[in-house]
Design a binder for this molecule. Structure first.
Ligand code: MOS
Length: 755
């Protein structure tokens, strides 16, 4: 399974996404748009305090609202669902209605169900609760926040280290020792957190946007103590996720419980502000970087320590040092990650969970080192480029960091840069140019797919997820490519836990996972159809050498112009079905079973025993900093990326561009503010939680550097969902330094920091 076959050239062709028209015309149905007859409506009541206990309830006024059907609290529903067990992806770990305990502000404490959304909402606002509150710890430095060294508390955790970094740092000719910080951030996908549940006898159906339908089905089954096979999750389209819809959240099981109690479907559409506390978020980090180099620029020591906030009971962490320890050649590396427990909801994956914050630290420090060396920052990367990661000496399957720097530098015009800070100015605007590296692990999980060909249709069944990335289209393209058809001919069925399992749409692993499984199933179909054609008694291809046959333009083609249309061939064979389970390098043989049980095993990146696989990129930005107002603008940004085989250049381009815009947000705008007295999010709405709009991104240039990697997986796919948002924040901070001479090490960079 190492041969790469792309018979018809559909792979790599610029292709409009299949659901585009449905989306822009409003016909597309997201889970909460699917009509469910007779559904009652739920509204959540969330905690007004961050730490303490519930003493009692006053529900009379709420119950008196016309149309109210049920109010679930810890006093009447506690035993009906178990808490979500801790997972790698974060979330969970705390109780909700299972006890009187309050773990964080905004925790779900009651569910009101009524005939209408309006009645449920009105009643929810009339629920009164008595608390015994305690002073909460909000974040780093709050009294009561508890710091734990991860390697002392998390079994199996190992911080990457090699050599004697302390000694090498002290001995270094040129040194940087600096601390950096990144803020709390929330995903804020356009589609809210919704759940609709209904029961048919003892079978539960859940309509909910999900990045992993099998995971959600299995988790809810565990929570409700029912057989996983009796839970079905349907999630045909997801209106943005970015990690926030990857794991189960507490809401789902409670809506299922409410539906069971009522004997009626129940539908929840949580509010925007509730989304800040009932789902996950990107936790704030602090980092200390120490770099030492010889006068020639070669790194001698790299020390990277991180602190990450999490909830009281969870050890959730992103551990970005797994990557930052391995990007550059360096003989002495020391890293350590600490978790800081506070009275907060459990954080979780958010786009490039480790690499966006830790990449800010590393790529800012590299810029500081280049300045200390009086060296061009691109040259510093070139000098420290490597084909092997330094911790275990494993080879990169492919490494295009410098080709990306060269391509982006050329397009940006970097050679015209005057290295001195403050060297460019136009009126009140100070202009600066900065750059940084992008990197993201190339990961993959096992996936299963079924392809059915008949004379009339091509059907592809796979429990993949269309979270806005274009998965639907690359699935159709891959099947079409492998069978000599056009993407429009392939009918794709995805987003349903009853389909063949396909893992999480996360970690930029989905395209690699699902397309390789589809290619594998198609390959089996090709073999069978070829066999049928050449062994036929009669027919245009009878007796031909199967090795010389190819699938092209809807036909099976042989020597000297002989061809048999697929339709004719399938007319003779009847429908042909192939099912494949692709188990990638590094996945155990039972990976497909585990997948069906909701336990994906994503491998790759730095986690393989014999090699390391990453996608790379380089980003160059121009900033303008207003000398009077401190306002920072980004008039142009250029990124070049290499990520193996690109299935659909159009959607890959969108992913990379969207990532870079996300990166601009992370540098200049995005932050969830926390009221430290109450450990409560303040700007929990999209009016005050700032993200870039069109006016913030006048020019975003994406260059896709061709890269062939035959080791990473059979189709050579590395993934692009997160690569584009890594390093942008550092490139902007580096450009701000170039413009102003001010080094800003805490994100987001705001006008008040530049006055
Ligand atoms: Mo993502 S954070 O892998 O959806």
């Amino acid at each position: 399974m190492s041969e790469v076959i792309t018979p018809s050239g559909v792979i790599g062709r610029d292709t409009v996404r299949q659901e585009a028209r449905a989306k822009v015309t409003g016909v597309a149905r997201y889970p909460s748009d699917i009509p469910v007859p007779d559904a009652a409506h739920a509204f959540l009541v969330t905690s007004g305090i961050a730490r303490g206990r519930i003493l009692g309830w006053h529900l009379e006024a709420a119950r008196a609202v016309p149309g109210v059907l049920d109010i679930l609290t810890n006093e009447n529903a506690a035993g009906e669902s178990k808490p979500i067990p801790p997972t790698k992806g974060g979330g969970g770990s705390t109780t909700t209605l299972q006890s009187d305990r309050i773990w964080h502000s905004g925790q779900i404490i009651a569910v009101v169900v009524a005939e209408s959304f309006e009645a449920a909402r009105e009643a929810a606002h009339k629920v009164r609760v008595d608390y015994a509150g305690e002073a909460p710890a909000a974040s780093f430095g709050s009294p009561g926040a508890q710091v734990q060294v991860l390697e002392e508390t998390l079994e199996g955790h190992e911080d990457p280290r090699v050599g004697d970094a302390e000694a090498a740092f002290i001995a270094g000719a040129v040194r940087v020792d600096a601390s950096y910080g990144t803020p709390t951030q929330h995903h804020n996908p356009i589609e809210l957190f919704t759940t609709t549940c209904f029961w048919e006898d003892d079978r539960l159906t859940i309509l909910e946007p999900s990045q992993f339908v099998q995971g959600l089905a299995n988790t809810v089954a565990k929570q409700l103590d029912i057989e996983p096979a009796k839970v079905r999750v349907i999630s045909p389209l997801v209106g943005g996720a970015f990690g926030s819809k990857g794991g189960a959240t507490a809401r789902t099981a409670w809506i299922a419980v409410a539906a069971r109690r009522l004997g009626r479907p129940v539908k929840l559409v949580a509010s925007r502000s509730q989304g800040f506390t009932i789902a996950t978020y990107r936790a704030e980090t602090r980092q200390r970087l120490r770099l030492a180099a010889g006068r020639d620029g070669r790194l001698q020591a790299l020390l990277h320590e991180g602190w990450e906030v999490t909830s009281r009971p969870s050890n959730y962490n992103v551990q970005g040092t797994e990557t930052t320890a391995r990007i550059y050649a360096c003989p002495n590396v020391w890293t350590r990650v600490n978790v800081v427990h506070a009275d907060r909801n459990t954080p979780g994956f958010m786009r490039a969970p480790p690499d966006l914050p830790y990449g800010f630290g590393l790529e800012s420090a590299m810029d500081e080192l280049a300045i200390a060396l009086d060296m061009d920052p691109v040259e510093l990367r070139r000098i420290n480029d490597t084909r092997k990661e330094p911790i275990r000496g494993l080879p990169y399957t492919s490494r295009s960091l410098m080709p990306c720097f060269d391509a982006a530098a050329e397009a940006f015009g970097w050679s015209r840069r005057d290295r001195r800070p403050g060297s460019m100015r136009e009126g009140d605007w100070r202009i600066g140019w900065g750059c940084a590296a992008s990197f993201y692990p190339a990961k993959i999980s096992a996936a299963c797919a079924r392809v059915t060909l008949s004379a009339r249709s091509v059907r592809l069944d796979i429990a993949a997820h269309e979270i806005g990335t274009g998965a639907w289209t690359v699935l159709a393209m891959t099947a079409a490519d492998q069978l000599g058809l056009e993407p429009e001919q392939v009918e794709v069925h995805l987003g349903d836990s009853t389909l063949p399992a396909a893992g999480l749409a996360a970690g930029s692993s989905h395209t690699a996972s699902i397309c390789n499984a589809v290619a594998m199933a198609c390959r089996e179909l090709r073999d069978r159809l070829t066999h049928a054609a050449v062994t036929a008694n009669a027919g245009p291809l009878a007796g031909q050498d199967p090795a010389r046959l190819r699938f092209e333009k809807g036909a099976l083609c042989g020597e000297s112009g002989a061809a048999e249309p697929l339709e004719a061939l399938l007319g003779r064979t009847g429908p042909v079905e192939a099912y494949a389970e692709h188990i990638p390098h590094g996945n155990p043989p039972d990976a497909p079973d585990k997948l069906r049980q909701g336990m994906p095993q994503t491998t790759g990146g730095a986690q393989l025993p014999d090699r390391i696989q990453y996608g790379f990129g380089a980003q160059f930005v121009e900033v303008r900093v207003n000398a009077r107002t401190g306002e920072v603008r980004v008039p142009r940004i250029t990124g070049a990326f290499a990520a193996g085989r690109i299935i659909n250049p159009r959607t890959a381009h969108s992913q990379l561009m969207g990532g870079m815009i996300w990166g601009i947000g992370s540098a200049l705008l995005e932050a969830t503010e926390i009221d430290r007295r109450n450990a409560r999010y303040v700007n929990d709405n999209i009016a005050e939680y700032l993200i870039p709009v069109n006016a913030d991104v006048p020019s975003v240039e994406v260059i896709m550097v061709p890269e062939e990697d035959r080791l990473v997986n059979p189709l050579g796919i590395k993934g692009v969902g997160e690569l584009g948002c890594v390093g942008t924040n550092a490139a902007i901070a580096n450009a701000v330094h170039h413009a102003t001479g001010r080094r800003l090490r805490q994100l987001p960079i705001r006008p008040e920091h530049l006055l």
